[in-house]
Design a protein around this ligand. Structure first.
Ligand SMILES: Cc1cc2nc3c(=O)[nH]c(=O)nc-3n(C[C@H](O)[C@H](O)[C@H](O)COP(=O)(O)O)c2cc1C
Length: 433
């Protein structure tokens, strides 16, 4: 990417700035997190900063172990939440997450197209293959990642076919002649595949604006799938080299699928703990994770790498030779791969390892510092061709989140790295800018 190209920015609506201890702060407004007011306010603030989209991740299971101390993944249905935001905003893209592993494609095609109408062309679909939750859908075990991606590819093909089955052009709405629709343009999808049998057409016409597709998951199958269909990839790249490699690989694969590589934007999650000084930012980070559960971190390292560090002294260095052969089916190969990569490349003690995003969170790029520090790091990654943008996942406090929207994004815009105003009104137009 040239230094002058504008970045694309998504804002997470998962209130990551209330994670850890942050929800206990006096100003956290924690009681609002199951209300629409809270998220409408947030989306309006994100829209005032001209972000491409607000984004809601999602899962279909509840892990109860962490509930005593934090909300974890308890959350409203993302598409319904975004529908409530749609009428209170006018430009910002609305990216919902729906897994291809559990629900029928007809229902998902209709829900996302409904959001597209309700928002006048601002819906997007973040395609995930899910990490857990099979017991909630009558499955005895989680299908393998390969199986999930195969199903995702067919699922996505069906959803796209359903959107095309009642095209916008078919709507005539001609009072004079009495012609409501040109039914010759409405056709069944007649899909008969390994996983789905869907006749169609969809019982909702397509909005005139195309629905962008985003994908998350970076194993070889994930990359191949993303580069064949996605407009953007929500990635976990904790270091710049990982981002450069992933972006180059996605672009290469997109070309292999006969696509323009600029059509696949690489947008890593960016965890931002911001404060007025570097020291305050570090304090914010440390306070936020003060009660982080060590045994849970050890369990997660064991699940991802097979290495059990429970009885190791905190000062002992973990090296690549300590790593057993990788587990065959980790929950996420993306995250397991990132942790192995970290241990292979850096010399870290157990205590240091426990503080890294590859262990503590979702392996996102992490900046702990001032607005200026974040600005410089983003400029460096952009100039190195590591990113097409990022998805902001602020951490630590409401103040840290506000610094992202009210100071960091305007600073990027002033430097010509980000838009100063919307030029389009639909999600697809923002991504094409
Ligand atoms: C950055 C990132 C974000 C993800 N977000 C979600 C999510 O919100 N919901 C979900 O069910 N799965 C999510 N996943 C899981 C992926 O969809 C996928 O199931 C998992 O990473 C396994 O695929 P892999 O083998 O390609 O890593 C996410 C994965 C990544 C890397």
């Amino acid at each position: 990417m040239s230094v002058t190209a504008k970045l694309h920015v998504g804002m997470s609506l998962a209130p990551t700035w209330l994670s850890g201890e942050a929800w206990r702060r006096a100003d956290s407004d924690i009681s609002g997190v199951f209300s629409s007011d809270y998220f409408v306010d947030l989306a309006q603030r994100a829209e005032a900063a001209h972000v491409d989209f607000v984004f809601r991740p999602d899962t279909l299971f509840l892990r109860t172990e962490g509930l005593e101390t934090g909300g974890g993944f308890a959350s409203m249905d993302p598409t319904m939440l975004l529908a409530a935001i749609a009428r209170e905003t006018s430009h910002v893209g609305l990216l919902s997450t729906v897994s291809t592993t559990f629900l029928p494609p007809y229902v998902v095609a209709r829900q996302i197209q409904s959001l597209n109408w309700l928002s006048n062309g601002r819906a997007g679909w973040n395609i995930v293959t899910a990490l857990d939750g099979h017991e909630n859908f009558g499955l005895t075990e989680m299908p393998s990642p390969q199986e999930r991606y195969e199903r995702a590819a067919e699922f996505t093909q069906v959803v796209k076919a359903l959107w095309a089955s009642f095209p916008n052009e078919a709507l005539k709405l001609d009072r004079e002649s009495g012609r409501f629709a040109d039914s010759s343009l409405v056709h069944p999808v007649a899909h008969e595949g390994r996983h789905f049998s869907v006749k169609g057409p969809l019982n909702l016409p397509a909005h005139a604006s195309r629905i962008p597709l985003v994908q998350a998951g970076a194993s070889p199958e994930g990359r191949d799938f993303a580069s064949s269909v996605a407009d953007a990839v929500f990635a976990s790249t904790p270091d710049m080299q990982a981002a450069i490699e992933l972006r180059a690989d996605l672009r290469r694969r997109a070309e292999g699928h006969g696509r323009n590589p600029d059509g696949v934007k690489m947008m890593p999650g960016l965890s931002l703990y911001l404060a007025e000084t570097g020291r305050e930012a570090l304090e914010l980070f440390t306070e936020t994770h003060a009660r982080a559960n060590r045994s849970r971190a050890f369990a997660s390292i064991r699940d991802m790498t097979g290495l059990d560090l429970t009885d190791w002294p905190l000062t002992r260095i973990v090296t690549a030779s300590d790593l057993p052969p990788p587990p065959e089916t980790p929950r996420s190969r993306t995250h397991a791969g990132l942790l192995r990569r970290l241990i292979e490349r850096e010399t870290l003690s157990v205590a240091e390892l426990l503080r890294r995003p590859e262990v503590m969170g979702s392996g996102h790029w992490q900046i702990i510092g001032t607005v200026e520090d974040a600005f410089e790091a983003i400029r460096e990654w952009a100039a190195a061709g590591a990113i097409d943008g990022f998805v902001a996942v602020p951490g630590g406090s409401v103040a840290s989140m506000r610094l992202v929207l009210e100071r960091l994004l305007p600073k990027l815009a002033d430097a010509g790295l980000f838009r100063t105003a919307y030029s389009g009104r639909t999600f697809a137009e923002h991504l094409a800018e």
